[in-house]
Design a binder for this molecule. Structure first.
Ligand SMILES: Nc1ncnc2c1ncn2[C@@H]1O[C@H](COP(=O)(O)OP(=O)(O)O)[C@@H](O)[C@H]1O
Ligand SMILES: [Mg+2]
Length: 257
């Protein structure tokens, strides 16, 4: 049976000068899944996420949303998605509060709802004290939090989160994780990249592993565990097993064993 893909990518390829960032990637993100996209630094995760966001010009490939091919002029589907990019997007000359008001209105939500959700998001993200400061003065973690708030304000069907928890303290990360789980329970779809594998393991139903631009696993988290069931490995151990043969030396030459 064909899977019901809310987003699908076919033969996506992107080169930067001499680097092949993503090499003919095929990916199907199932509707209603919590999809983890993992891989070492430089594997091609952000390039792929930015392609979905319409920010990377492809060399080759096809992007579909709800089965419809997306062209450079048909990015209307973006209203149904919330993005947190690795380099978070915000308007630095606005205050946190103004930015959420602006984003909410841009997403065509009625004004009372925009105001109510802005206040709630600022409180949730522990940004009330900073709500009237320009975002350019925010710390890196606060910038992540305001871009996460902006990605959620229109209650999108799909959330695409590229390393969304960087610089955010663990108590708040936990609260955010619980809300993301509920969103998926309520039928939303989430694509999450993270290099923190415990986060992916505790949240995701489906997973894709990419290394040097090549997809090396795609399937459910359960199926991945079953594949390695005899060895009883956790996700981190499986990841190391799959990726490590490609990586460099284990020990620095001047550090004795
Ligand atoms: N704008 C860019 N210009 C040149 N090289 C880039 C650019 N963006 C990414 N790359 C290269 O493409 C590869 C994949 O990067 P990226 O998608 O950011 O990986 P990841 O998010 O998995 O860490 C890396 O080798 C990176 O150096
Ligand atoms: Mg990245």
């Amino acid at each position: 049976m064909a899977i019901d893909a809310i987003i699908s990518i076919k033969d996506f390829r992107k080169e930067y000068k001499k680097t092949v960032a993503v090499n003919n990637l095929n990916l199907k993100i199932k509707r209603g899944s919590f999809f983890g996209f993992i891989g070492p630094n430089g594997a091609g995760k952000s390039t792929t996420v930015n392609f979905i966001a319409g920010l990377v010009k492809k060399d080759k490939g096809e992007l579909r949303f709800d089965g419809q091919i997306i062209t450079e002029s048909s990015y209307k589907y973006k209203g149904r998605i919330g993005f947190v990019l690795e380099k978070p997007m915000y308007l630095e000359k606005l205050t946190g509060k103004e930015f959420l008001h602006f984003t909410g209105q841009m997403q065509k939500i009625d004004l009372p709802t925009v105001k109510q959700r802005t206040d709630e998001l600022l409180a949730f993200m522990e940004l009330i004290e900073k709500q009237d400061e320009l975002i350019e003065k925010y710390s890196a973690g606060m910038k992540k939090k305001i871009s996460l708030a902006a990605a959620m304000i229109h209650d999108p069907d799909i959330l695409i989160l590229d390393e969304p928890f960087e610089g955010i303290d663990p108590v708040l990360v936990n609260k955010i994780k619980e809300n993301l789980k509920l969103m998926v329970k309520n039928g939303k779809t989430i694509l999450l990249t993270s290099h923190v594998l415990e986060i992916v393991e505790s949240l995701c139903t489906d997973i894709a592993i990419i290394n040097k631009g090549n997809l090396i696993y795609e399937g459910t988290v359960n199926a991945l565990h079953e594949k390695f069931s005899r060895e009883n490995l956790n996700l981190e151990e499986i990841f190391i097993k799959l990726i490590a043969p490609e990586q460099g030396e284990d020990r620095l030459s001047w550090i004795r064993e």
